[in-house]
Design a binder for this molecule. Structure first.
Ligand SMILES: [Fe+2]
Length: 233
């Protein structure tokens, strides 16, 4: 069970906020999370947006203009359209291939190469190669030494629905960061994926900000390394 009320923006540390959304998958409630990052020029970056609501849009616009949106992998592409309609100047960055899956979306740049210079020093993208099903990029928020993951790794927690907890136990990710058996099968080039992961583990971060499951405030790097101990080139 999350400590955050769905649809409400919460400050996490200076220049970064989160908001959660509750979804149902075959009747089972589970949470997804959006991160909002402030750039030096005052613009905001929305990572994996949740649906807008009145309170949320008001809270966002008090902080700045959400001129950037991220679809971090080929599966987290929902709720982009309403934000595009709310903010006509916002630009969407997404992995190559999303244009085929979502021809209705206006995609303004490809991840990770089109991350603009104005993000420098604040938000940096690292691609996870070797996984053509997900094509995820993870993001390093340098000021708070936080790594933002989407589906790369996740965990279930004691307050979750019992089916989610069972899923977590069966996949070795209950109460600890892990990668499900299904997601492991998506890795086709283990050497490339391992090199991508090692490049991320070389960065300076302690906190891991997940999109599904509890945040990891300390020891995030060790938790991520352990979650991928199976991935050997
Ligand atoms: Fe997800």
């Amino acid at each position: 069970m999350s400590v955050y009320q769905p649809g409400v923006l919460y400050p996490l540390s200076e220049g970064i906020w989160l908001a959660e959304h509750e979804m149902k998958l075959v009747g089972i409630p589970f949470r997804t999370r959006m991160y909002l990052v402030q750039l030096p020029d005052g613009d905001l970056v929305m990572h994996s947006p949740i649906p807008p609501n009145h309170g949320l849009t008001e809270a966002v616009w008090k902080l700045g203009t959400p001129n950037w949106r991220i679809a971090p992998n080929l599966h987290h592409h929902l709720f982009q359209t309403p934000w595009q309609e709310l903010c006509a100047t916002s630009r969407l960055l997404a992995p190559k291939g999303l244009e085929k899956k979502r021809p209705d979306l206006r995609i303004d740049g490809t991840l990770p190469q089109d991350v603009p210079p104005q993000w420098a020093g604040v938000l940096e993208a690292f691609p996870i190669l070797g996984n053509p099903v997900m094509k995820e990029s993870v993001f390093l928020h340098r000021p708070s030494r936080s790594l933002i993951l989407t589906d790369l790794a996740m965990s279930t927690a004691p307050g979750d629905h019992w089916i989610l907890r069972l899923y977590g136990r069966l996949n070795g990710l209950h109460g600890k960061l892990g990668v499900s058996h299904m997601l492991r099968r998506f890795y086709k080039d283990w050497a490339a994926a391992r090199a991508s992961l090692d490049a991320i583990l070389d960065q300076d971060f302690t906190r891991v900000l997940t999109t599904h499951g509890p945040l990891i405030e300390n020891g995030g790097k060790d938790a991520l390394a352990a979650a991928f101990s199976w991935l050997k080139p």
